[in-house]
Design a protein. Structure first.
Length: 133
């Protein structure tokens, strides 16, 4: 009988230790579970915000790409060589410089200096300046 009582006491002691350890483990696991559930909710909220932001950025990107595709024929596919485009640009600059000269001559007088238009002559463009010929 003594042997049985000793065995029962040891078993009760072992059980108490096991129960205490198990309860601590369960408590820690519950705390971890709550923290992870909270973190999951925060992450899902962040994911929703990021998805909305991504949609907005994709819309902006698609708009920019569409705009580039619309501009491409005007800027690249002109059917003209670089030399032709350069010559056209130079002619346009010369025309604008001549028009500017004429406006300056007109504004310089009282409207009576129409003869000064002839002073503008043939303006050629070169090295970034206008040279009156």
């Amino acid at each position: 009988m003594k042997l049985t009582r000793t065995a029962e006491r040891e078993a009760a002691s072992d059980f108490a230790k096991f129960k205490e350890k198990t309860e601590k483990t369960i408590g820690a696991n519950e705390d971890d579970s709550k923290a992870k559930t909270k973190q999951k909710g925060e992450d899902q909220a962040d994911l929703g915000k990021d998805a909305t932001s991504l949609e907005a950025e994709n819309g902006f990107l698609k708009g920019a790409i569409n705009e580039l595709m619309e501009l491409r024929p005007t800027c690249v596919d002109t059917g003209m060589s670089f030399e032709d485009r350069s010559n056209m640009r130079k002619q346009e600059i010369e025309s604008l410089l001549k028009a500017s000269c004429m406006m300056n001559a007109w504004q310089g007088g009282n409207g009576e200096d129409v003869a000064k238009f002839g002073e503008c002559g043939d303006i050629t463009w070169g090295r970034g300046t206008a040279d009156a010929a």
